[in-house]
Design a binder for this molecule. Structure first.
Ligand SMILES: Nc1nc2c(c(=O)[nH]1)N[C@H]1C(S)=C(S)[C@@H](COP(=O)(O)OP(=O)(O)OC[C@H]3O[C@@H](n4cnc5c(=O)[nH]c(N)nc54)[C@H](O)[C@@H]3O)O[C@H]1N2
Ligand SMILES: Nc1nc2c(c(=O)[nH]1)N[C@H]1C(S)=C(S)[C@@H](COP(=O)(O)OP(=O)(O)OC[C@H]3O[C@@H](n4cnc5c(=O)[nH]c(N)nc54)[C@H](O)[C@@H]3O)O[C@H]1N2
Ligand SMILES: [Mo]
Length: 811
């Protein structure tokens, strides 16, 4: 599977984009990378919607914008912070929404602090935060205390106000290079159009502050009351064709399927697991164990909890870190399925070195991509490489049954249309036969550590059936072996009586294969398409849609009615599936008020507080640690977004020069000879890397398609006219672009799309390079990741591909 850099999904959907009045597209070039998005954006524009684009380059998406701002890569939080400040100072927020649907009134713990660029709880030695002080003041019932007014100095709202008061338009201009008047224009345009939506992708996530950038979006959208509404939300335009499905299935090192937290090495039992993760996680965890181990997961053996691997929480094992571990010789064998790591991972020196340390590398791909032939890279001597490489030719998407889950969380089934070529096989078949053969090798073993393999429920048929896999994800009533009919049935079932391989998929094949539905009529006119495939969870198309209603449960927007409280029948009903705790609990009940039921506060979080709901007031008599109900999702780098400079940056942080970069960013440093750091004196320009419409990611497929190679034959470096003139370069000349880690020679593209800008008064340049090339294929070319830096977002593990320092000269 492809690496999945971070998680997320659309709160809304592709087809919902037509309902927006204003778009902030910042960190996405959807015209090239998500062309279908543009269809729905254009529909909204035809109805008069405004479009704002913020990007370091004037892209094809920007060419359709009403308002375009060129930004220095990695500085978004500075202008977003200024917008938050402006919204608060000028009372442009949706007061009702903020009071009823966010945690604005809750009182923040007295020991919470933010000083000189650092939040309370920082430990400089481990470069980590203890999050204990980021909590609430709790009452005697263990619930957060609520302030009487937003002005209470302890309220979340006041903390937010104080925190962002430092972010003026003028300061943001000095940091980002966007003129202050333009930032104000962005703020006014976005605040005036309701509903407004925000679209993002890699331009926001591929930074050491990626998670916090998206948190800044959440703060703005909650203040403006734009979440839970048709035409609103925060929409992650995700990448790889099934990347949404892959993260749903736990292609993230610290999750189990359905975004369950992974058990850690101190969890001896499901009880321990619940102490950390709340009682809400008991059912999905047990249901998962039932799906994986069937009758071997019983109450009397703690549902086979001991079979699950446990992770060490102090080790970050995200994609890039795996290569660092590989380089240190921690693995003998690596499976590289559906990913061309030697081209796609930052700082290729690291990957190149790591692969040589393996005894065996197994690659499954359609083509013999660079990773599969790393031992043949020009300059590498095959005789020096001891790694044995095995290649599994894989069948392509059209050659197999199965589902793809899109960014709208729609699980879409398709049938195979063609037979696989040659010896190629679907990945499911490869993994199924691999597992069956491995299990045979353990036949008869009585060793406890082999029990999970011997006792796994593995029943996808003689020839593994993708439908059976989907049915396992949907889940069964384990008392009678029937498929669970709906999410509601799963939620109603008692612990241990129901299985599901991924609880958020419950209902997908309950009543027939709903993922295969293709009804494209939509009586609502809102683009909900309820009978097209199946959206998780429970076929809800727009998440948090309770927030589209007022306190009485009636839609606030007459033109975009999603759900409502039907008082005559005592039930939540509507055009969309109601995202409520219980459909029969009305707006007057505590459950019926909750607009964000997956948060322990039941409300949207302006301040990402450390909080577990439902902690008992009296300690348990048996002296065991107490179990609460639901813990809050936390950001490891702070409860509110703060601007930090990228790891390699041309300047110091204007807000706090002593803490310039994120104090908790994960910068790979165990191999200083492989990962060198550059300074602005030697490498004065900012490099940003991006995709092009003609190629796909690491190019394994597209560089083998002649007509695409004809359209986009080689990599290049985009330079402003000003910079080109300074270094004496004309369009089409060859240039050497170098960073502290490596250099490549490519053609120069001298363009108006990049302009020189000022950072704190100093002229600064961005250089742009696509990254889809490598030494193999029909159209080889230098890999841009020769230059990039392996510095990661501490929460998501996403690399800072979008910023590093480089120099450029005539080749
Ligand atoms: N044709 C095609 N389609 C694709 C892909 C492909 O390679 N080719 N890749 C797929 C994948 S896996 C993904 S993840 C998505 C990626 O989709 P996108 O995120 O749209 O892809 P990028 O081109 O990497 O980056 C988006 C934009 O972010 C801008 N940017 C860079 N730094 C910053 C910054 O600091 N702030 C802001 N505001 N903007 C910044 C870049 O200039 C670029 O225009 O596309 C998917 N779709
Ligand atoms: N500098 C820089 N680097 C980046 C990025 C960037 O913006 N800048 N973007 C990053 C992002 S967002 C991503 S997602 C990664 C992507 O990085 P990779 O996942 O390494 O790149 P892909 O080219 O998508 O690799 C997918 C491979 O899967 C193969 N494949 C396709 N279908 C199948 C199948 O059904 N089965 C199997 N077994 N193989 C199949 C394809 O031939 C291809 O070689 O790159 C990252 N790298
Ligand atoms: Mo991606």
């Amino acid at each position: 599977m492809s690496p999945s850099f971070g998680r997320g999904a659309m709160t809304n959907s592709w087809s919902d984009l037509q309902n927006a009045e204003v778009f902030l597209i910042a960190g996405s070039n959807c015209a090239e990378n998500h062309p279908i998005a543009m269809k729905w954006i254009n529909r909204a524009k035809e109805k008069g919607a405004k479009m704002i684009v913020v990007d370091p380059r004037f892209t094809r998406t920007a060419s359709k914008a009403d308002l375009f701002a060129q930004i220095r890569p990695g500085t978004d939080i500075a202008y977003l912070g200024a917008i938050i400040n402006y919204i608060i100072e000028n009372q442009l927020y949706d007061r009702n929404y903020v009071l009823n649907y966010t945690n604005a009134l809750l009182k923040v713990a007295k020991d919470y602090k933010f000083e000189d660029g650092v939040f309370s709880g920082y430990d400089a030695k481990s470069r980590k935060y203890a999050v204990t002080s980021w909590g609430y003041q709790l009452g005697s019932d263990n619930k957060p205390l609520k302030a009487d007014s937003l002005e209470d100095p302890d309220s979340v709202f006041s903390k937010l106000k104080t925190h962002y008061s430092r972010y003026t338009f003028e300061t943001a201009e000095k940091i980002t290079g966007i003129p202050a008047v333009k930032i104000k224009q962005i703020a006014d345009t976005f605040c005036e159009g309701k509903p407004g939506t925000i679209l993002y992708a890699l331009g926001m996530t591929q930074h050491t502050t990626g998670t916090q950038g998206i948190r800044a979006y959440a703060v703005i959208q909650l203040l403006l009351g734009n979440i839970g509404k048709a035409g609103g939300g925060i929409n992650a335009l995700r990448g790889e064709p099934n990347v949404q499905g892959s993260t749903d299935m736990a292609n993230l090192f610290n999750n189990l399927p359905g975004y369950l937290p992974h058990p850690i090495n101190t969890d001896q039992s499901i009880r321990d697991y619940q102490v950390r993760n709340g009682s809400v996680q008991e059912k999905p965890l047990v249901a998962l164990l039932k799906a994986w181990f069937g009758e071997h997961a019983r109450k009397d053996n703690d549902f086979a909890f001991s079979y699950l691997p446990k992770i060490n929480p102090s080790v970050n094992a995200s994609m890039v870190k795996l290569f660092e571990m590989m380089d240190k010789g921690q693995f003998k064998l690596a499976f590289n399925f559906g990913s061309n790591s030697l081209v796609s991972i930052p700082n290729r020196q690291l990957v190149r070195s790591a692969l040589t340390k393996l005894d065996m590398l197994v690659v499954s791909d359609l083509f013999e991509v660079e990773t599969a032939q790393f031992w043949r890279e020009p300059g590498v001597k095959p005789a020096d490489i001891n790694t044995e490489v095995i290649m599994f030719p894989a069948a392509f998407v059209y050659e197999k049954d199965g589902t793809l889950t899109n960014s709208s969380r729609w699980i879409q089934w398709k049938n195979a249309a063609l037979k696989p070529l040659g010896e190629a096989k679907p990945d499911l078949e490869i993994l199924d036969s691999l597992f069956k053969r491995i299990r045979k090798l353990y036949d008869g073993s009585t060793d406890a550590k082999d029990a999970p393999i011997l006792n796994a429920r593995w029943d996808y048929g003689e020839e593994a059936s993708a439908l059976k896999v989907l049915q396992e994800l949907n889940g069964y009533d384990e008392t009678n072996g029937k498929l669970t009919q709906s999410l509601a049935d799963y939620l109603k079932a008692s612990v241990g009586t129901v299985s599901t391989g991924c609880w958020i998929y419950a209902g997908v094949t309950g009543n027939g294969n709903l993922a295969a539905r293709r009804k494209n009529s939509d009586s609502t006119g809102l683009g909900l398409y309820k009978d097209w495939s199946f959206a998780w969870p429970g076929n809800i198309r727009i998440l948090y849609n309770r927030a589209s209603c007022d306190e009485k449960g009636q839609p606030v927007d007459d033109k975009r009615k999603l759900i409502w409280w039907d008082a005559a029948n005592n039930v939540w009903s509507g055009n969309d599936g109601p995202d409520v705790v219980d459909k029969t609990k009305g707006p007057d009940t505590p459950e019926g008020k909750q607009s964000f039921r997956m948060n322990p506060e039941g409300a949207g979080r302006l301040f990402a507080a450390n909080y577990m709901s439902g902690l008992p007031v009296v300690p348990s008599a048996d002296g065991l640690p107490a179990i609460g109900v639901r813990p809050a999702g936390l950001c490891v780098d702070g409860p509110m977004p703060e601007f930090y400079e990228p790891t390699e940056s041309p300047t110091d942080n204007l807000l706090h020069p002593k803490v310039s970069k994120s104090p908790v960013a994960l910068i790979l440093s165990s191999s200083p000879e492989i990962q060198k750091m550059g300074k602005a004196n030697d490498f004065p320009h900012v490099l940003t890397t991006y995709g092009v419409v003609e190629h796909f990611c690491a190019g394994g497929i597209t560089r083998n398609i002649p007509w695409l190679n004809e359209l986009m034959p080689e990599p290049f470096a985009e330079l402003s006219k000003n910079l080109a003139q300074k270094i004496g370069i004309k369009e089409g000349d060859m240039v050497e672009v170098s960073s502290a880690r490596g250099k490549v020679t490519v053609r120069a593209l001298v363009t108006d799309r990049l302009q020189t800008y000022k950072v704190n008064g100093k002229e600064t340049e961005t250089i742009g390079m696509p990254w889809s090339w490598g030494f193999a294929s029909l159209s080889p070319g230098p890999s841009t990741n020769e230059l990039t830096i392996a510095a990661l977002d501490p929460g998501a593990g996403t690399p800072e591909y979008k910023v590093c320092l480089v120099n450029v000269r005539r080749a």
